[in-house]
Design a protein around this ligand. Structure first.
Ligand SMILES: Nc1ncnc2c1ncn2[C@@H]1O[C@H](COP(=O)(O)OP(=O)(O)O)[C@@H](O)[C@H]1O
Ligand SMILES: [Mg+2]
Length: 259
């Protein structure tokens, strides 16, 4: 579905590389999580898939077509994108935000309206209550749902998501994560999601790709990266969720009566 071949990106004529010689394939219907510390190149790699950033070297194929040879507007129609920090248009209503792409595609107004309501319900919002609100009249979780609805509007088969749940409180995040995972399975979406949260990666991913300083250090299923990491850096990253799980486990074993 997505095939990244020897892709590098430099913003300073080769003095440094934000992304360096990355090879990665994402299968149809796969949920791939790009995991790594802040600044390691996750967003840059993600944006090269829909050409918000042009690769300096290498090649990216989406559904067998070289993204650099496709009209970027056409390319982006088939790929939903959820921005880091949501990025809703503040002066537009929820309905207008969700309908941005359908309008660009010249859908009939009634088709836009129906699709907006369908998407709001799909992402857990009430059309009647929310469609005419402005983003500042929503909670963080609701804004994130609108961002999701907007990305899904033109029925993309691929979703690129940049830390979509990063700014939410833990309970809201947990709820939305689980709903989105269900949605991804129902719609059979191919997802590339960026996060620096190890637990989130473990809970959502079919496969985790770990990056460090622009380099892809390894990939594996959640079970593999926990039990049999292919690189010491991956093992080190997994220490935190592992320790937390052990602590929770030990509280449970002790019957919850202290440590
Ligand atoms: N438009 C840009 N111009 C110059 N440098 C950039 C640009 N975008 C990202 N970078 C640099 O590339 C590196 C990777 O950034 P980014 O992909 O945003 O990392 P991440 O998403 O993992 O936090 C960082 O050193 C960042 O400063
Ligand atoms: Mg980023």
């Amino acid at each position: 579905m997505i095939c990244i071949q020897q892709v590098s990106k430099t913003f300073d004529q080769g003095r440094s590389f934000a992304v360096q010689e990355v090879d990665l394939e994402v299968g149809a219907g796969e949920f791939l999580v790009l995991l790594g510390e802040s600044g390691c190149g996750k967003t840059t790699l993600l944006k090269m898939i829909n050409r918000l950033v042009e690769p300096s070297r290498g090649r990216i194929l989406v559904e067998e077509r070289d993204v650099c040879r496709v009209d970027p507007v056409v390319l982006r129609r088939g790929i939903g994108y959820v921005f880091q920090g949501v990025g809703l248009f503040p002066h537009m209503t929820v309905a207008e935000n969700v309908a941005v792409v359908p309008r660009l595609l010249n859908w009939e107004p009634s088709a836009c309206r129906d699709r907006v309501d369908e998407l709001l319900r799909l992402t857990g919002l009430s059309p009647r209550t929310h469609r005419d609100r402005k983003p500042h009249e929503l909670s963080g979780g609701q804004r994130q749902r609108v961002g999701l609805a907007r990305a899904l509007a033109a029925r993309p088969r691929i979703m690129l998501m940049d830390e979509p749940f990063g700014a939410l409180d833990p309970m809201t995040r947990d709820g939305l994560q689980r709903e989105f995972k269900r949605l991804q399975q129902t719609l059979n979406l191919t997802v590339v999601m960026v996060t620096h949260d190890m637990t989130e990666a473990l809970l959502l991913a079919d496969r985790i790709a770990v990056m460090k300083q622009g380099v892809l250090v390894g990939t594996g299923s959640p079970g593999q990266v926990l039990r049999n990491p292919s690189h010491p850096y991956i093992a080190a990253l997994m220490e935190t969720p592992r320790r937390q799980a052990d602590q929770v486990e030990s509280i449970l074993r002790s019957g919850g009566e202290g440590k």
